[in-house]
Design a protein around this ligand. Sequence first.
Ligand code: ZN
Length: 317
Amino acid sequence: MPYDESVPPTPRRRPLIAAAALAAVCLSAAGCGAGDDGGGAAARPGPGDGSAASAPSSASASASPSSSAAAPGKKSASPTPSASVSGPAKKISGPLSGKTVVIDPGHNPNNRLHTREINRQVDIGTGHKECDTTGTSTNSGYAEARFTLDVSHRLRDLLEEQGAEVLLTYDNDRSYGPCVDERARIGNKAKADAVVSVHADGSAVGNRGFHVILPAAVRGGAADTSKIVGPSRDLGTRIAGLFVRATGSAPSNYIGGNTGLDTRKDLGGLNLSTVPKVFIECGNMRDPRDAALLTSPDWRQKAAQGIADGISSYLKG
Ligand code: ZN
């Protein structure tokens, strides 16, 4: 698919002033290594997140302020471990002050150029999985990775306006990945109050709607979700309900029995998380009617609003 490699990181609306505090989310390549599941639907049949390979390579977001790390057009030559800090440029007081939210934009537009790296197997505790996947795209070539970053930027702005400290696992500032395990570690190291991994699915035509993916109870190696299953379900349920209200979209008609909720034990990004975390598949890029929504900036703003509302509701208790 015609992925657009040149999508620059979106400049933050506000100048970053608190980046230093969060800059160290992941400073060592060894420690930040591979990580999570790349695609929500990677393990499902059908065109979903498609590709077989799905584990994100190593990654970490860059902790530097966007002014440097996220300069438009700038690409990192190598996946430098760091975490993209999306922290508010200026501290805003609001109902989410004191809360930390990590947003994980699924995939990376440049993963397709790094198949060897993203196919590398990483340890997800319960087994091994590809570092990351390329993600899917609409039939017209709008890449999932572009969608996820766009929605993540909108979501970041909405949460920062409420006073939350927001980090992105990457912000178009690395050549591929991060790997799924690193995506999880970024949330863990930030001691995030909530983490949401943003995706869009790639399923058959006629399969429509969104679904939120919740962590199953798993244990193995570094994976132990026993403490996050409950709070993640609460987070995911709130997001699903408020996503409907904000977008008018119906829950998936092909996964989750019309509840908008699915539970999986095969995603490294969930298995390795020690903080409440869910994935959301905002729609099916391969269905023309869903694709018309996903490619609309107005709809993406509604999607971000729905996710923000769900996170906010969860954090307020
Ligand atoms: Zn995906």
